[in-house]
Design a protein around this ligand. Structure first.
Ligand code: CA
Length: 231
């Protein structure tokens, strides 16, 4: 397999060096950019597999960089930022980022996040070949028939639970914000909808992860949203 190529967008040379040394030690290819404009230029000319993006850049705000990159491609973007407020993470995720890491971060955590994205990329390559059925652990979704199974047992889901499951599975590995999910389910995002979302997600999880279940499929990001894990 080819080495995964990573574009590191960071204006602080100390952090940039820490990241690139880590990537080199773990056999990744990398490119660097120290500004938003350079990040956009590098991603156009080198088409990296993953982008690590700092939000506080000297020229453009990182959110603007996400929006520009998203206007032409779906490359996974992991935010690496000192902004630790939920509102900042949500804004970045809503703009199209895939995941986030708050500074200071551990190198192990950075590597773990990269592996999540790599598994998703490998998985998505497989999905392109057969995009009517989804497999993850012992979960199967037949999108055409509109049914989901745990092993051989059909899951009895309400229409909203099924819709949520489809959104999560089609975006496996990606953190989906409350706003994204409520918009997809109800076409709007009111405060009440977020409360309802929590209820539907809780009932879905009970069915998907029954007592004694060996897998955790859904990860909750408190105050932010949910993600389906590749198990
Ligand atoms: Ca910075």
């Amino acid at each position: 397999m080819n080495k995964t190529s990573i574009l590191v967008v960071e204006d602080d040379p100390t952090v940039r060096n820490l990241i690139t040394i880590t990537l080199k030690a773990h056999d990744y290819k990398y490119l660097t950019a120290d500004s938003g404009e350079n990040a956009i230029m590098e991603s156009v000319s080198h088409n990296p597999d993953i982008i690590l993006l700092d939000l506080g850049l000297p020229d453009l705000d990182g959110i603007e960089v996400i929006k520009k990159i998203r206007s032409w491609c779906n490359v996974p973007i992991i935010i690496v930022s000192a902004r630790s407020e939920d509102a900042d993470k949500i804004e970045a995720l809503d703009a199209g980022a895939d995941d986030y890491l708050t500074k200071p971060f551990s190198v192990e955590e950075l590597l773990a996040r990269l592996r999540v994205i790599e598994r998703r990329l490998t998985y998505m390559q497989g999905v392109v070949a057969s995009n009517s059925t989804f497999h993850n652990g012992n979960l199967t979704i037949d999108y055409v028939a509109g049914c989901a199974y745990l092993g051989d047992m059909e899951l009895h889901l309400t229409p909203i639970e099924y819709k949520l499951l489809c959104e999560l599975s089609r975006n496996i590995g990606k953190v989906l914000t409350h706003t994204f999910l409520t918009n997809r389910i109800w076409g709007r995002s009111w405060e009440n909808d977020v409360a309802s979302l929590r209820v539907y997600m809780a009932t879905l999880r009970k069915k998907l992860e029954p007592e004694g279940c060996e897998y955790q499929y859904i990860q909750t990001h408190i105050g932010i949203g949910y993600r389906m894990l590749k198990v």
